[in-house]
Design a protein around this ligand. Structure first.
Ligand code: ASP
Length: 300
């Protein structure tokens, strides 16, 4: 692959067939928006934030406007963003009246000295973010439709800019019916999301299992040890299977623009956009590495 590169996913799970086209259209749009940020001089952080924002804005995924409720019928959202070059991150957990927690996570990263803000503290910080004009207020409309995924479908993104600077991100409402206050892997540094100057990972799936093997960090570590992103992604998925009952998927990119996608669920809607191709490669069941001639990716 080449730089810059933008990759997004809509969760590792199974999706009802009648929604596949809409889902693929959403991930493609998200990847395009992220790549557009990179092509216009934006950072990889801009790219992953804007891509996740697009996915949160749809009602297709259990994140943002598509959030599902916890056991008590309330919505609690988690999101995280990480800058690989600075080795710094921002995360919010169990936030309520916000449509786009990814932007609040970015605010935590850019404008506070802390990395992880939870619950009512994050809700207060949201008001502060608006007062400072860091991002505009948007309504908190949520879908009332029955979830279209069987399980949960966190959204995630990784990006590398033209000079190989990496970022990764994730956003979710977590598993439907979760215990109030429950936080999974998605906003936890090293578990759901990790990035450094070598590689960046965004994981999705059974959070309690992903946490046990610190999956995002391990995937990046394998790349640091000399494995290709493809080998590293396979290796970490095998570790998850051997040591836990986890079902999961991940995006893994390195600073050369190489990308791996692995999952052991029925679907993992994914889109990959690069500057050297007008195409965005989209698939519900991606096979990787991409072979452009006989790719099992759908070229649109
Ligand atoms: N990992 C998320 C969680 O456990 C769910 C998902 O990725 O679908 O909250």
């Amino acid at each position: 692959m080449s730089l810059p590169v933008m990759v997004v996913h809509g969760g590792a799970t199974a999706f009802k067939k009648e929604y596949h086209d809409e889902i693929l259209e959403a991930v493609r749009k998200a990847a395009r928006v992220g790549l557009c940020a990179l092509n216009n001089g934006g950072s990889s952080l801009d790219a992953v934030e804007s891509a996740i924002y697009v996915l949160e804005e749809t009602t297709l995924f259990t994140a943002g406007r598509g959030a599902s409720k916890n056991r008590d019928g309330e919505i609690e959202l988690d999101a995280m963003i990480m800058d690989g070059n600075r080795l710094e991150s921002g995360a919010v957990m169990a936030v309520r009246d916000i449509a786009h927690p990814i932007s609040l996570a970015r605010y935590v990263l850019e404008r506070t000295k802390n990395y992880q803000i939870v619950g009512s503290g994050a809700d207060k910080l949201y008001r502060q973010m608006l007062q400072e004009g860091y991002r505009k207020e948007v309504d908190t409309y949520r879908t009332t439709q029955v979830p279209i995924a069987i399980g949960c479908d966190t959204v995630g993104a990784v990006a590398a800019d033209a000079s190989g600077r990496l970022a990764s991100a994730s956003s979710t409402s977590g598993w439907p019916g979760k215990l109030p206050g429950r936080v999974g892997d998605s906003p936890i540094i090293g578990a759901g999301v990790y990035a450094n100057e070598i590689a960046a990972a965004s994981c999705t799936g059974k959070g309690e299992q992903i946490l046990r093997i610190v999956m995002g960090r391990m995937a990046v570590y394998h790349v640091e040890c000399g494995f290709s992103v493809y080998e590293a992604a396979k290796k970490v998925m095998a570790e998850l299977r051997q040591k836990t009952s986890g079902e999961a998927g991940l995006l893994l990119a390195d600073n050369k623009g190489n990308v791996a996608i692995e999952y052991d669920t029925k679907h993992m809607p994914t889109a990959v956009a690069t500057a050297t191709s007008d195409d965005v490669f989209i698939s519900m069941t991606p096979k990787w590495p991409l072979k452009s001639a006989n790719s099992s990716f759908v070229h649109n």
